[in-house]
Design a binder for this molecule. Sequence first.
Ligand SMILES: [Zn+2]
Length: 163
Amino acid sequence: MSIARFWRETPRRYNLGGSKCGNCNTVYFPPRLVCPTCPQHRATIEKMVPFQLSGEGEVVSFTVVQDAAEGFEMQVPYVLALVRTVEGPVLTGQVVDVEPKDVAIGLKVKATFRKLREEGKAGVIHYGYKFTPAAAPASAAGPRGPVEPVRPTEATARDRAVA
Ligand SMILES: [Zn+2]
């Protein structure tokens, strides 16, 4: 499958396109057709509208994966995190461009579009979102001192070369 075709067929993974209830304003990702939050589920069918998540959020839970599943061997250890987006939905994703020891609950991150894995010798490459530390605000140079530049690991450098 060509990459262009993969993009077209998985807009949700690529774009973080969710849905929003026009009645109670709850955002869902993946998108839902009815709002489970509203008491009258059926009445929300025509209220649900496409909603684009910004991809910004913060780490609420994470684990450092040492034993990778097939296709992920090149990337261990890597950080798999639950990220609560600013819009509400919690996403699961890999956190890259940061040493695992520097990932903490509360870390501000942003979703980026990256290579997820390669499949076998055919080299089918899947793309999707990963999280990187969000750009440090200007105030980050305050009491905690300047933020050290993050040196990309070998794996992420390879990702960039392909992305
Ligand atoms: Zn609702």
